[in-house]
Design a protein around this ligand. Sequence first.
Ligand code: CP
Ligand code: NVA
Length: 318
Amino acid sequence: PGNRLMRHYLQFKDLRAEEYAHLFDRAAIIKRRFKNYEKYQPLQDRTLAMIFEKASTRTRVSFEAGMYQMGGSVVHLTTGDSQLGRAEPIEDSARVISRMVDIVMIRTFEQTKLERFAAHSRVPVINGLTNEYHPCQILADLFTFIEQRGMDRRGAIDMDCLKGRVVAWVGDGNNMANTWLQAAEILGFTVHVSTPSGYEVDPAVAGIKDTRCYKVFQDPKEACRGADLVTTDVWTSMGYEAENEARRAAFADWCVDADMMAVAKPDALFMHCLPAHRGEEVAAEVIDGPQSVVWDEAENRMHVQKALMEYLLLGRIG
Ligand code: CP
Ligand code: NVA
């Protein structure tokens, strides 16, 4: 309470490049401790409230397990089992919840709802996915890329491994796509975006100033050509279910298959935030194939979010 230096993590651009370098260093250390069964509990007596207005597997497990491992505890709220579902104003919910816990994670619909909560919160607020952004996922994706391409045997990280890289985004111009663009602008790589028409990314919504950080391709295969990383996501995101049929028709050619991977760099990685639909946005041969790092990517949610909570609550360590 009353912390003048309080920071929120509402979108990827809320942190600077050098803060990302710090978070990835910390995530590597925290991950190593976890793998070695070394106790690391700097968040004893701290409580995380998690508010879910949409479904989740990874976000819930990673935040909940991560907070317990760091010595803290969690409170899990959903729309249906709290007063949020009975129209208690979000501002009032923020005032009350943030008087009792130390940090809050929210998964909801409009980004404005998250911003209204943060504006009335006494404690740091983390975006656990909104219609517009999914910054914790991109944090995990970047850390996964760095582990593969920019980490030495001793676990030291080289942030330059991201510079000048090409990430191919195949599919919806959604929360994940917007967040990739923000990351590209901050960390110095390019996103090759291919979406069906009508589902393009909007740079205004993505919230980027420098449109040179992405290139648009009509043909998804051309977006993959020469890419260091190929990534995609569901055709229909949570909250857009009414558009399901129209989307199935529009996205039919936006399936990441072996032909698309074949034109990417020979050592290109494949990522997917999950949950995945084999035969829709990705072929089984790709997601279950040798270039796929989706299981590391999912696990890394926990390690990077532990580093993020440590940073927001305790500041820079080490
Ligand atoms: N990737 C991701 O956020 O997964 P969940 O919806 O399962 O949390
Ligand atoms: N774009 C997807 C991501 C799920 C983790 C959605 O918003 O539903």
